[in-house]
Design a protein around this ligand. Sequence first.
Ligand SMILES: [Fe+2]
Ligand SMILES: [Fe+2]
Length: 267
Amino acid sequence: MATERFELELFGEGVERRFRKLRPDVLAMPWGTLDTAGISEQALVLARRQWTGAAFQEHRTAIACAATQRAMLECRAPVDLCAMMARFILDELVHVELCARMAMELGGGTEILHDPDHMILDGDPALPPLLRASEVVVRFFCVGEALSIPLLRGTWKAARHPLPRAVLGRIVKDEAAHGTFGFAFLDWALPSLSDDDRELLGRAADRGIRGVHKLWDGLKNNRNTAYLESGDALAWMHSDAYLALAEKSLETQVRAPLRKRGIPLSL
Ligand SMILES: [Fe+2]
Ligand SMILES: [Fe+2]
């Protein structure tokens, strides 16, 4: 396994100016206004780690969107649906930058080592194009992105300081479209898929849900109270509230809409 440090850069100059023009609200956010003076060192390190981890997750999501985009094009999904996915890739890149900048505002990013060859589980090339695309959409969108809407909204509501509020507000706005996309795709694809295909999609959803549970187990084991003393400036929901909302959202945002579409789940 080749591990590399997770570090990103901007090319700058005209390229960056064009990037800024696509999303002018990023520079308009109140950068440089976070006062970290009253926050303990321990809480600050934790916050830097959280935002760096968030940047890494957004980067992974950008890769998942790119993989989904390719699979959708290969199965000749509707052009407008494909165009939405093209925008999602840009959204995720903006989220990467926002989270990375938040870490910088708090004193800098923390170290993340990763294997760039194993960032996501790509679609299975042995499957026919439509089923291949549906499988990645179920894992990445019907499970991953659908679940992120209520969780991000909760975190956004918990934030008081204008900077994290602006950052999370931008992300929440974009994620609203990402979270419903998977089910729109399924509504187009399912009439062309068989019962066996639906079972395969159910197993894909199970795999996605198992991954989510693993992530939550990590959170449960690393419950931390350092945020409680740091107030709102760090903008992260306390783990207990987050986990309670996460369980509820998994049922309402993921399992229920999948079952409604005849996708059998065993988890
Ligand atoms: Fe995102
Ligand atoms: Fe997203």
